[in-house]
Design a protein around this ligand. Structure first.
Ligand code: AHR
Length: 661
């Protein structure tokens, strides 16, 4: 009797648990038979802006700050610890900024008078220091004019905070006229905060300019090129496009301060240094030493796009300065040069080498066209003034280059009167692609997974050009790239992909930030002078971009798309070339969830792959010390028949890949 009772209660327990398990299982259906929409190759791209020291001090591997003495304070970044400005060594020497003839574009240089060569030195501090690696080689170049050939040697050394020498080289300045010199240093130790010390043998006067230092190892080992580790992170994303050079930097605080691409091409030494608009934008994040050398200019952006296999997407000023700042307007009758800049840019990118701008591209080393397909007019503009100016650009571009797709903008917010006005007007003009921006809290991202379900299928296409979840109340900095923010973006992105017929381009923003010199957070990639890492948000982007597919398929629960019911979000795609089914699933609940995916139509092979991104703490984030704490794990996955069982961990983003039969 007792035994019977035990048996009965055990059976009841089993039944109950299997009933509960069944009750918790969610049944989804993927229809493999028909393609709902095409996914554009440009679907997942990157947004590059020179903000947070992303160019000088970041991607552009130059290690000397203010190499040509063009900052507003001409010796910023340079110090002369034993100079006559210091009482101890009154007569050792002095460096003074000078201006060359006004017809030289980059016209400042430094005149150094050396009275005591045992003592005098000038030091460059780099961009919050210089990161050097043991045994790595660094290429130095400079211009010098050695008055009366008085100086016998220029000695160049890496030093650490205690003035220990960590590598050195020297140059014999052999001409009293301006002459180019180069030399190589090998670092004898690793140091995150090295500086570059320059001292002299001989007394007299020497003029110096363009004192430049690059690691020998750069991306593709291009001379004076880009930081290899950072480009590698971009390359690994397999981005469909690169939007450059911003952002608000396109517009400028005033029109004078706008980004002008023509000033960023041609010989590096002739590119005019300009204040970076993020220099003093935020009171609490002042960066008085933030300038643009334009060593990373439009040619280099095009070249980078080509290296990454990404479409270049340049955005140009439309004649309105940042409307958060001056909002300065170029009068309509003076708009021509701005429009001409756009037409000339297309010629620079695509024109024959016999054209003026195509020839410059060829002279810079790229006779083949860059195959530009898109151009953006204005960044975050709004109001009738934008529409008025956009019309002029659109007419001029389309009549000369009908095959170029123009990207217009809907302003800084994803809704509201100005957003609606912009969209309405752009629709009337049959605009092709409209750029939308949204920096919102994680809840907004989850709640807006169905945002594009309602968009007009016949209207302009969407470029979700700048977005990022900003977690509420999180201290500014890399902590803002927490798992909650990234997870909510992964949920939102299911809606981008499901609506790929409307949404043609998307990019998280901003792209990168120096851990000691940022103005804006969160950002997708963080770096210091030696290392870089991808945030949890980076891995979300990578999982989408690397597993994009070519065609959207329908994935439903009870006939409805998953847009947050039971904290579940989903999108499905097929990759026609790879013959693959790709299902992206997001669980934003604190509980694991079991799913059964019923595959209707074609069969799949039994062995597949599952990529899982999850973490137990929503407030956690990656750091330089733990760069992959939150990163995807890949597993083999087995499916039997036409039912795929997936156990979604709490707070997880899963990509399931199955080969089609
Ligand atoms: O991504 C940072 C800034 O945000 C961009 O410069 C601007 O377009 C937006 O307001």
């Amino acid at each position: 009797m007792k035994n019977n009772l035990i048996k009965k209660s055990a059976v009841f327990g089993l039944l109950l648990s299997s009933f509960l398990a069944t009750a918790q299982k969610t049944n989804l259906t993927v229809d493999l038979t028909k393609s709902v929409a095409k996914i554009q190759p440009t679907m997942y791209g990157v947004f590059f802006e020179d903000i947070n020291f992303a160019a000088d001090g970041g991607l552009y591997a130059e290690m000397v700050k203010n190499r040509s003495f063009e900052f507003n304070v001409p010796l910023m970044g340079w110090s002369q610890p034993n100079s006559s400005t210091q009482s101890m060594n009154k007569d050792s020497g002095i460096a003074l900024p000078m201006q060359a003839s006004a017809d030289r574009l980059n016209d400042d240089f430094c005149r150094v008078t050396i009275n005591n060569d045992k003592v005098y030195q000038i030091i460059n501090e780099g961009f919050r220091g210089m990161g050097i690696k043991k045994d790595a080689k660094y290429n130095l170049s400079l211009k010098a004019a050695n008055h009366d050939n008085a100086i016998k040697k220029i000695i160049i050394q890496f030093i650490d905070a205690n003035k220990n020498v960590l590598g050195e080289t020297m140059i014999v300045p052999s001409s009293s006229d301006w002459k180019d010199y180069s030399a190589q240093l090998t670092a004898t130790a690793a140091e995150a905060k090295a500086q570059l010390k320059i001292s002299f043998e001989g007394t007299g006067i020497i003029d110096l300019d363009m004192i430049s230092l690059f690691p020998e190892e750069t991306w593709k080992n291009r001379k004076n090129g880009l930081r290899k580790d950072i480009v590698q992170l971009l390359y690994d994303l397999k981005p469909g496009f690169i939007r450059f050079p911003g952002g608000c930097i396109v517009e400028g605080m005033t029109l004078d301060n706008r980004y002008q691409w023509k000033k960023t091409v041609g010989p590096i030494e002739d590119r005019e240094t300009m204040i970076n608009r993020w220099n003093v934008e935020f009171k609490q994040k002042q960066a008085p030493d933030y300038f643009q050398s334009f060593g990373l200019g439009f040619f280099e952006y095009f070249q980078l796009s080509e290296d990454l296999g990404a479409q270049p997407l340049p955005i140009l000023s439309c004649g309105i300065a940042c409307q958060y700042n001056s909002g300065e307007l170029v009068p309509m009758e003076e708009l021509d040069p701005y429009v001409q800049d756009a037409l000339d840019l297309i010629e620079f990118a695509n024109g024959a080498v016999t054209t003026k701008w195509g020839k410059l591209r060829a002279d810079m080393g790229h006779p083949n066209p860059f195959n530009l397909k898109f151009i953006g007019v204005g960044n975050e503009q709004w109001g009738p003034q934008y529409i008025e100016r956009y019309k002029v650009f659109a007419k001029a571009i389309k009549s000369k280059y009908p095959n170029i797709t123009i990207v217009s903008g809907a302003g800084p917010s994803p809704d509201g009167a100005m957003f609606d006005y912009g969209w309405e007007e752009l629709k009337k003009m049959n605009a092709e692609i409209v750029d939308e921006h949204y920096y919102k809290n994680p809840e907004w991202f989850k709640e807006n997974a169905a945002r594009y379900d309602k968009y007009d299928r016949k209207g302009p296409k969407v470029f979700a050009g700048e977005y990022a979840a900003h977690p509420k109340g999180v201290e500014d900095g890399f902590k803002e790239n927490n798992w909650l923010a990234a997870l909510s973006e992964s949920a939102f992105m299911t809606g981008l992909e499901r609506n790929a017929d409307v949404v043609h381009l998307t990019s998280y923003a901003p792209l990168m930030a120096h851990v000691e010199a940022y103005q804006w957070a969160p950002d997708m990639i963080w770096f210091d002078n030696l290392n870089s890492y991808g945030t949890a948000n980076y891995y979300v982007q990578k999982m989408y971009s690397n597993n994009k597919g070519t065609d959207v398929l329908s994935i439903t629960q009870d006939g409805k798309a998953l847009t947050g019911q039971n904290d579940l979000y989903a999108t499905a795609a097929k990759d026609v070339k790879q013959k693959e089914l790709i299902v992206k699933l997001v669980n934003t609940s604190a509980k694991a969830q079991e799913l059964t995916i019923n595959l209707s139509g074609k069969g799949v092979k039994s062995k597949g792959e599952m990529i899982i991104l999850t973490h137990d703490n929503l407030e956690d984030y990656n750091t330089l010390a733990e760069p992959t704490k939150i990163s995807p794990v890949e597993k083999e996955y087995k499916v039997s028949g036409k039912k795929a069982e997936v156990n979604m961990p709490a707070n997880s983003f899963v990509v399931l890949k199955l080969k089609l039969k």
